[in-house]
Design a protein around this ligand. Sequence first.
Ligand code: NAP
Length: 430
Amino acid sequence: MRHVAIVGSGPAGYYTAETLQKADDIAVDVIDRLPVPYGLIRTGVAPDHQSIKAVSRRYEGVALADNVRFVGHVSVGTDVSIDELTDLYDAVVLATGAPHDRPLDIPGADLPGVIGSAAFVGWYNGHPDFAKLDPLLDAPGVAVIGNGNVALDVARILAKTPAEFAGSDIVAHARAALAESAVRHIHILGRRGPHQIAMTPKELGELGHLERASPRVDPADLPDEGDDAMLEPGMRKSVTHLRSFAANPVAKPVTIDFDFFAMPIAIEGDGRVQRIIVERTTLDADLRSHGTGETYAIDAGLVISCIGYQTPPIPGVPYEHGRGRFASDDGRILPGLYAVGWARRGPSGTIGTNKPDGARIAEMVLEDVGRGAGKAGRPGLDALLASRDVTPVTFRDWRRIEAAEVAAALEGNPREKFTSVEAMLAAIGR
Ligand code: NAP
């Protein structure tokens, strides 16, 4: 029997398990520190993007396979170490994602009211680590830093009316806080231009259909229309949306301004953020941005940086600090230790990108492990955890948690999530 442990039950973890599970003589344990599975699907994907979240049904199919087990509420590093796992399993695959924000390294970034997207997205999605974030929504201005899809998610969630959350699984505390929000002017700051955005067309197009909010683009920021021909088709569609926003300004009470060529250089305020100072930029031949010396201020009571994520290092596991991911040779970290998904390649690509990634790492593991080295595997982990009084949450337990969340949903919504580990455990009588 071959024993494989996958650390992390998000998309990369379950796509890896999906391929592994089809092999002969294999037992796969998917370990997660939370009592609930699916990682980014549950706590990263926007609550109003339920069609993307539906992929969790596929992971459920994998989780229910006879040779796959969910080992929830077990923290690698606290309840069990990486060294213990590599002793117990023929292969250990780190699918831990990139849950930490890349730091915003400018003066004032430590003021109250400056937060990262991991925290804000975790808050509206009910991640237990961020349920108590209480973001400052009491001022009209908000600055959202970054020109990727996360910046779009954040701006859209800030702009929506309560009615526009119908059918979503946004959590109760966020629903209530956003309903009372004073936010009226959202600025999305990109340090480069419209041709350098990392926003996909569907997500960008959504901004044009909001009930009380309208996107605004300064036509002067747009390159010549003929230059769009050089773009790949997806980018061209995205830029077409920007052109349409610029050409058809719509007056609505909430504005979403795209500030291009705008590099944040400082955040100021008396005891909390009050404004962000931005420097106009130009691009060099390599499309890198450079400050022009011309600055302006944007009033903002909240600054949310959406500038990418990093994987937290694990002591003893080689790590690339510059890239914020584990150091690996295309997935192989050390003998018996692998990385997959964002933990391997950094925070890029969609959920679907993890499918071929997971399959490839699984094939690599199967090739390396051969018929198995006769390690202790599951029974060994169970004995170790029992000796430490750690009782994992099983997939059957999770389904009881899920049933309680579904039962608590507002009419028309898929679920009302528990937002603390204690509440999740209470739902299974612990
Ligand atoms: P991203 O796509 O890498 O975008 C990060 C943005 O931050 C870029 O515009 C980047 O600008 C900017 N940035 C980086 N450092 C900066 C700094 N110091 N100051 C100002 N701006 C800075 O990252 P993301 O938005 O976090 O998304 C992560 C991944 O998840 C992406 O692959 C994304 O497509 C995916 N995602 C997909 C969806 C969806 O499909 N619905 C939703 C959310 C996320 P430069 O280009 O100038 O570096």
